[in-house]
Design a protein around this ligand. Structure first.
Ligand code: CA
Length: 206
């Protein structure tokens, strides 16, 4: 007697929407298992959850924002969720399929420190030109403050926020070149525990 298959889903071929090609691409659980650091069982569970939340097979920015709002009910998470979504939406199509979603999640939860540093750089390099400017860092800090529920236009808090921005930017840009490239970012993150600790993404390290 042969043993039953592990799960009927094992045989399922995932149909992933991809907006740049006319037909959905078929991806097997094997593909996803090879590409990510998740077990097949974890992939199956996440796929079920993904399909329940996003029946059309892709997650849109609005849906992403709704999920963030549930986690941060006391703040305005919309702006921060927008920045995070940007790092998931690698083709800038406005929607993320399960494969891309899983790949980023794998980086954030199980990736190496280097992978995570790369991700945080992408998050802060808003226009994707390979350099983080003061303005971009300010945008991200602002979105984080909103996420944490800080009220706008509080002179004392605004002053502190400005100081925090200056201090942080200078720690990455000690020679005052006016921007932070990936090398400077990596060096700053790896040598400054305070900054690393401010990134929740590094907290999942084993
Ligand atoms: Ca930039």
């Amino acid at each position: 007697m042969t043993s039953p298959p592990e799960s009927p889903i094992e045989e399922v071929v995932f149909e992933l929407e991809h907006t740049r090609v006319p037909k959905p691409i078929n991806v097997t659980i094997e593909d996803l298992y090879r590409e990510t650091k998740f077990s097949k069982q974890e992939i199956r569970i996440m796929y079920r959850g993904f399909k329940t939340e996003c029946p059309e097979g892709v997650v849109h920015e609005e849906c992403f924002k709704e999920i963030y709002a549930k986690f941060f009910p006391h703040g305005n998470s919309s702006l921060y969720a927008h920045h995070v979504f940007r790092t998931f939406d690698i083709n800038s199509t406005g929607s993320v399929n399960f494969r891309d979603f899983l790949n980023i999640l794998s980086t954030l939860l199980r990736g190496t420190v280097y992978d995570k540093v790369k991700w945080t750089f992408k998050l802060y390099d808003v226009n994707g030109d390979g350099r983080i400017t003061r303005g971009e860092m300010s945008d991200l800090f602002h979105s984080i403050h909103e996420l944490m529920g800080r009220r706008p236009h509080q002179p004392e808090e605004d002053r502190k926020a400005k100081e925090q921005l200056e201090r942080t930017f200078r720690s990455f840009d000690p020679h005052n070149v006016g921007y932070i490239n990936f090398e400077m970012w990596m060096k700053g993150l790896l040598t400054n525990r305070t900054i690393v600790n401010s990134f929740h993404v590094f907290h999942s390290d084993p």
